[in-house]
Design a protein around this ligand. Structure first.
Ligand code: CP
Ligand code: NVA
Length: 304
């Protein structure tokens, strides 16, 4: 595997290996161990959208693995002034050992990967957020001991997060039920591809959030307006109002259901303060696990 662009590109064996390696890197870090497979290597971070978790966890993870990270905002590099993706890819390949990119269209990361001789890691596009979904699977596995056979209910927008979770759940043999309003359902091609994976768990797309949440082991949500959709924020608040994770929806889920959110959260919109801060919420572990799973990705792609 040269790049990490979507969860759907992984085999189940790759996925399990990444989660196992992430768990082991977490152990090493917790006991203060030193493990530096990236010694002497430099990783560029191109971020064309804001980030707290992805940027910081990659920078810290690269440091812990013995490498160097170089943050490249659009204001800093010529890509922001019109230099092409193809030229950027070829030049950066002569200096760096990998690039993490957060951008708009998935075709941009694909083009970068096509022209780059070094691994490209997708740090979020409008269509996918594979690094987050990997951390989410590790978190569920820590909480429940396994993945196969669990039901994950995703409530809200059929966006990048929904797409990566559909692929992640299907590949893990989980049942994913996505509740989204008409017009905001996940991409049909992504859903069809996930359903066709060998050993795939069930993928259903429903309208009623209570149908999705019924007997779920995991309730998951994301923002109603993603980065780049700021102009639609007010309209979306009305459309998504019934799609809130709150006390009533949590009651519909299994007695031991956990609550997840990729963050940043908008309390009182997609999730209530009470549930986000309540005993079923695992959002801080989920955020921490970004560090461990991304270190596993980095080691797999560029460890010697
Ligand atoms: N969940 C996530 O990707 O957060 P950031 O936008 O802060 O990176
Ligand atoms: N769907 C959100 C995820 C943020 C981590 C966005 O793209 O803004």
């Amino acid at each position: 595997m040269k790049d990490f662009l979507t969860i759907g590109q992984l085999t189940r064996t790759d996925l399990v290996a990444l989660l196992d390696q992430a768990a082991s890197l977490k152990e090493i870090q917790k006991r203060g161990g030193i493990h530096q497979p990236l010694a002497g290597k430099s990783v560029g971070l191109i971020f064309q959208k804001s980030s707290t978790r992805t940027r910081v966890s990659f920078e810290v993870g690269i440091f812990q693995l013995g490498g160097q990270s170089i943050f490249l905002s659009p204001h800093d590099i010529q890509l922001g002034r019109g230099e092409t993706v193809a030229d950027t890819a070829r030049v950066l390949s002569r200096y760096l050992h990998a690039v993490v990119i957060r951008t708009y269209g998935q075709q941009i990361v694909e083009e970068l990967a096509h022209y780059a001789e070094i691994p490209i890691i997708n740090g979020l596009t409008d269509q996918h957020h594979p690094c987050q979904a990997l951390a989410d699977l590790l978190t569920v596995r820590e909480q429940k001991g396994h993945l196969e056979g669990l039901k994950l209910a995703y409530i809200g927008d059929g966006n990048n997060m929904a797409h990566s979770l559909i692929e992640a759940a299907a590949l893990s043999g989980m049942h994913i039920s996505v509740a989204a309003p008409e017009g905001y359902r996940p991409d049909e091609t992504i859903v069809a591809n996930a359903r066709s994976l060998a050993g795939a768990g069930k993928v259903d797309i429903v309208v009623d959030p209570f149908d999705a949440a019924r007997d779920a082991d995991v309730l998951y949500t994301d923002v109603w307006a993603s980065m780049g959709q700021e102009a639609e924020t007010e309209a979306r608040k009305k459309i998504f109002k019934p799609y809130q994770i709150n006390r009533a929806l949590l009651k519909e889920a299994g007695a031991d259901a956990i609550v997840m959110h990729c963050l940043p959260a908008h309390r009182g919109e997609e999730i209530t303060e009470e549930v986000l801060e309540g005993p079923r919420s695992v959002v801080w572990d989920q955020a921490e696990n970004r560090l461990h799973t991304q270190k596993a990705v980095l080691e797999l792609l560029l460890g010697s």
